[in-house]
Design a protein around this ligand. Structure first.
Ligand SMILES: Nc1ncnc2c1ncn2[C@@H]1O[C@H](COP(=O)(O)OP(=O)(O)OP(=O)(O)O)[C@@H](O)[C@H]1O
Ligand SMILES: [K+]
Ligand SMILES: [Mg+2]
Length: 679
């Protein structure tokens, strides 16, 4: 992860900015978005009026008490605002850094189909324009490389300083505006209009400018508003009922009671929890397009993972070349090498590396004038059509076997034995053929990343099913699946098979997460509930997905799910705590209220609080300070242990429900000891 982005939650400038914002957010027009706290604000205003105009409200003998209630209520509001402002602060700081990289860049735009070049400001570029970017220059907008190859420093967005290669064609052609070409020269077709670029979207995201309440948040808000309404009705009718029996309940006391009963703790922390959850994802160098995506990650039931590069290291290297059907070792190796001469995939390059390492020579001039056949996931083969008419191929064994058989070739008896041996060791066998004759097998070795088994065990404990999808043969797939500990696998899968798996799972009511980077992954990324695209991938993939990993590490999906779970858990835990808390406060404040009116009711004082007035103030103070005390938990999230949803719910109900009931008794008692001594 990017260390630069890891700022402390409570650094000086962030806290200072948040303090200022807490005052600004007192504006009723802003406050109204949070109905629970808005009710508190109205109450605060009423008590303020009564304090300022005691004569008018017949409250001259209560000025001190009313002032105290006003101040505590004001701090309740400020604490809630502070929580939200603090959560927003980090995003704002990050947005400022991004904005600085967005300074106007000049672009070399091609005119008349490349006949002329004109220098224009990047803000004038539109979709479809072609620009030339040379060594040392900034790429003026998001786009796709249409010609050439260059190494690009993307640290402005990824924080990663090692340059990456971008080239025309294939899955590594997408470039981002604001990044710098460090060598060579490329032509780029612009794919986004000004104001809609990746950096613009990133700024809007981290700034929270477009932050919308998620469905979960809206549902919870509705619950909180309903609770608030119920208590509002109870408290408002309490006055007349009491006066009917000749008990006079004072308005500030009723307001204090109301504020203690309505869910101010979760009301004050709710948006901070959501923002902080999004922020945790961003700190992790993953861009989530919406809070909804992060929450969906927390509810995932099925995770689809690639084998190569996600579960294994992905640097499949040739480690042996085995002849079959009586072919010579050297001639088999030579054909494998010729089939790989122009194959720029890691697999292709590793064949040539193996030749060099083992001192094998071959006649590369055979390939002169030949037509290169690029590797495709659909054909699962690559190779070359020689100028003398012979066709050389290497690829997945079943694909090559079918290809040779279609030309009337016989399959050597020992091909199956050799390829099965390689596959059962977890390697990938690539058959090598020239026209109808199969010469042998390249042994590609790959290793499962360490710690995979533990991670899949954790996912299983959380009730998440993992499915490995691979284009590899069933035997290799089974070996790797067993070694890595995934629940299920799909072998010989083509890109479109992924979308079929996702649809099948979704039809069962499951939420599905997947990663991908290629254009052919785009439909599946869009279909999945959580689609995590790699930043190195194509524009199509990035646009279809609802998350982008700036580090292009497909295994990050596992952590993203953990962060989503943690967000949902934190919200649930603090809601439970908040409501349990309010119920407990009832026992402090109701008796105090009646004792104030009818001193003979002293028997009600079960908590043995100093006096009715100090009991009310203590409950109100506790209600206020619990908000800042819980800010660290709201921001960092509750400690997260992988276990099933049911066990988790039970555990959280116990910890936060029981804790929420007990905490106020202890807290209010302690505060009362101080307050009572003081007044
Ligand atoms: N450069 C290549 N030339 C020829 N055949 C290849 C090459 N690379 C891979 N293959 C063959 O094609 C098959 C499919 O490759 P592909 O990259 O689509 O999937 P994969 O990497 O095996 O699976 P995953 O979905 O886990 O990445 C491989 O299993 C291998 O047999
Ligand atoms: K409350
Ligand atoms: Mg692959």
């Amino acid at each position: 992860m990017n260390e630069k982005r890891k700022k402390s939650l409570f650094s000086g400038p962030l806290v200072a900015g948040a303090l200022k914002a807490s005052v600004i957010k007192l504006n009723p027009a802003v406050m109204m978005k949070n109905p629970v706290m808005f009710v508190v604000e109205v109450g605060t205003a009423i008590v303020l009026l009564m304090t300022l105009l005691p004569g008018y409200f017949d409250a001259k003998d209560r000025i001190g008490f009313n002032l105290a209630v006003f101040l505590i209520l004001l701090f309740t509001l400020l604490f809630a605002n502070f929580a939200e402002a603090l959560a927003e602060g980090r995003g704002k700081a990050q947005a400022d850094t991004l904005k600085r990289t967005k300074k106007e860049i000049t672009a070399n735009k091609l005119l008349n189909g490349g006949a002329a070049v004109k220098t224009v400001p990047s803000t004038e570029l539109r979709k479809g324009d072609i620009v030339v970017v040379s060594q040392g220059e900034m790429i003026p907008g998001d786009g796709e490389v249409v010609e050439g190859l260059a190494s690009v420093d993307e640290s402005a967005i990824t924080g990663e300083s090692a340059p990456v290669i971008k080239e025309a064609g294939g899955d590594f052609n997408s470039v981002t505006g604001g990044t710098r070409v460090v060598s060579d020269r490329i032509k780029v077709r612009i794919t986004s209009d000004p104001g809609e670029t990746f950096i613009d979207r990133m700024i809007a995201l981290v700034e929270g400018a477009k932050r919308q309440k998620t469905p979960n948040e809206i549902a919870l808000n509705t619950l909180l508003i309903s609770l608030t309404l119920v208590f509002l009705i109870v408290v408002v009718t309490l006055g007349p009922i009491a006066s009917y029996v000749d008990v006079k309940l004072e308005v500030p006391v009723l307001i204090a009671l109301l504020v203690c009963l309505i869910p101010t703790t979760i009301g004050g922390l709710l948006s901070a929890i959501g923002i902080a959850g999004m922020d945790r994802v961003t700190q992790f160098n993953v861009l989530a397009m919406s809070g909804k995506a992060v929450e969906a990650a927390g509810d995932i039931n099925t995770m689809i993972l690639d084998k190569t590069g996600t579960i294994t290291f992905g640097n499949r290297m040739a480690s042996d070349i085995v002849p079959v059907g009586g072919a010579g070792g050297d001639e088999t190796a030579a054909w494998a090498a010729i089939a790989s001469l122009q194959d720029e995939t890691p697999e292709g390059r590793s064949v040539l590396a193996w030749m060099r390492k083992n001192g094998k020579a071959f006649d590369a001039s055979l390939a002169d004038g030949g037509g290169f056949v690029e590797f495709k996931a659909e054909t699962r083969m690559s190779g070359i059509d020689l100028s003398d008419g012979r066709r050389v191929r290497k690829g997945a064994v079943d694909a090559v076997r079918k290809w040779a058989a279609a030309q009337g070739g016989a399959v050597p008896d020992d091909l199956g034995k050799q390829s099965d041996r390689i596959a059962s060791e977890g390697g990938t066998p690539l058959a090598v053929a020239v026209d109808e004759r199969i010469f042998g097998v390249v042994y590609l070795k790959d290793t499962v990343k360490p710690g995979m088994k533990e991670r899949f065990d954790q996912l299983r404990a959380m009730g998440i099913k993992t499915i490995m999808c691979t284009g590899d043969n069933p035997l290799t797939a089974a070996t790797i699946a067993r070694e890595a500990g995934v629940d299920d696998f799909i072998a010989e899968s083509k890109p479109e098979d992924k979308i079929a798996v996702i649809r099948r799972e979704q039809a069962d009511g499951k939420l599905v997460a997947m990663t991908g980077d290629g254009t052919n992954d785009a439909p599946a990324l869009a279909q999945a509930d959580v689609g995590l695209a790699m930043n190195s991938g194509t524009t199509a993939a990035k646009e279809a997905a609802n998350m982008v990993d700036l580090d292009s590490d497909p295994s990050k999906i596992i952590e993203v799910v953990a962060i989503g779970k943690q967000l949902l858990m934190t919200r649930g835990a603090l809601t439970t705590f908040s409501i349990a808390n309010d119920i407990a406060k009832y026992f402090a404040i109701i008796p105090a209220m009646f004792m104030l009116a009818i001193p003979e009711m002293d028997a009600l004082n079960v908590m043995r609080l100093g006096s009715p007035l100090s009991a009310i103030l203590s409950a109100l103070i506790f209600n206020a300070i619990i908000i800042p005390l819980l800010i660290p938990l709201a921001m960092k999230g509750v400690a997260y242990r992988p276990m099933s949803a049911a066990r988790l719910l039970g555990r959280n109900l116990f910890v936060y429900g029981a804790g929420g009931v007990v905490a106020p008794f202890i807290g209010i008692k302690l505060i009362d000891l101080i307050v009572h001594a003081w007044i």
